[in-house]
Design a protein around this ligand. Structure first.
Ligand code: HSE
Length: 321
């Protein structure tokens, strides 16, 4: 048996709509991401599912993304492959803004590619991941699949064969992720987006993203935090998440560096300057924003590692509360 893992991710990071994404992992060592085990080969594709958020998955396993990934992978490889016996552990909530569908797609395609001797290059695999994710979210964008696959903070590179590149980060930053327990589909959150931006607006968007990237390379933390502004998606999505503004105001008044929407929401992320601030933000968000027993609040650091094989001693199965 081989086991594989891919981490959760936050798309956009406020300033880089569809172009910037980061993989995160809890600082307490728990697993925040999906796990897939390949138990062996057989005559038919078999998939069993478990995990904290298994109740959010489709009842028909043929509708599961992992099954869809297998057939898409087989088609990309161009030959009939032996069927696999698979076990998915779903640690991430669906429609949460934590890159849940991307995570299942990344771990599945990564695992299949490893199992069958790496017939696809990383680049072809990444393109396939983005296409499958596009089928779920309604448009092809790489800001969840790229960080979940490669780890770190990834910037998408327009028209470049490389597709994305890793950016520097501030290692002492802690990012609090608070999922309230309610679902917001990415398709629905994309339906409210503006179809066009004015020239002035386009320049402001490009300028803010450039400022953020430049601040990362210059190691200017203050300027990097100041540049975390969403000029594209957040204004349109505010009505879907009325809690965002008051929560942001309260946390930033206490010195938190930034508060924004993780991906298409409803998860909120808070960038904190140190562990103590992160613990405060986590407890505030858990009290003020968690809505039911599906809610989850975690203090994270950037996950430097993306998709990977788990070793026997890895306890990737422990869940986040
Ligand atoms: N960039 C995407 C969005 C992330 O905000 O719609 C979610 O897939």
């Amino acid at each position: 048996m081989s086991r594989y893992f891919a981490p959760a991710s936050t798309g956009n990071l406020s300033v880089g709509f569809d172009l910037l994404g980061a993989a995160f992992e809890p600082t307490d060592g728990q697993a925040l991401g999906d796990e897939l085990a390949i138990l062996g080969e057989g005559d038919a594709l078999e998939l069993s599912v478990s995990g904290r958020y298994v109740h959010q998955l489709p009842a028909d396993l043929n509708d599961n993304l992992v099954a869809k990934c297998f057939y898409a992978f087989e088609q990309a490889v161009g030959r009939t492959l032996p069927r696999l016996r698979l076990e998915l552990v779903k640690h991430l909530p669906v429609g949460s803004g934590l890159g849940s569908s991307a995570c299942s797609i990344v771990v599945a395609l990564y695992a299949f590619n490893q199992h069958f001797g790496r017939p696809l290059s990383d680049q072809v695999l990444l393109q396939l991941m983005a296409e499958l994710e596009g089928g779920v979210s309604g448009s092809v964008h790489y800001d969840n699949v790229a960080p979940s696959f490669f780890g770190g903070l990834q910037l998408m590179l327009q028209d470049s064969p490389q597709i994305c590149r890793s950016l520097p980060w501030f290692d002492h930053w802690r990012v609090v992720l608070c999922y309230p327990g309610t679902v917001l589909s990415t398709k629905a959150a994309r339906a409210v987006l503006p179809q066009q931006l004015s020239l002035k607006h386009s320049i402001a968007f490009a300028g803010m993203l450039s400022r953020f990237v430049s601040a990362l390379y210059s190691r200017d933390e203050q300027d990097a935090l100041a540049a975390l502004q969403d000029l594209v998606a957040e204004p349109a999505r505010r009505s879907l998440m009325p809690e965002l503004e008051p929560l942001r105001a309260a946390l930033m008044a206490e010195g938190v560096g930034h508060v924004g929407i993780s991906g298409a929401g409803p998860t909120i992320f808070a960038v904190c300057r140190n562990e103590q601030q992160a613990q405060f933000a986590a407890s505030y968000l858990q009290t003020q924003y968690a809505k039911n027993q599906d809610a989850m609040t975690v203090v994270c650091r950037l996950a430097q590692q993306g998709a990977r094989a788990l070793q026997d001693q890895d306890t990737g199965l422990s869940r986040c509360n």
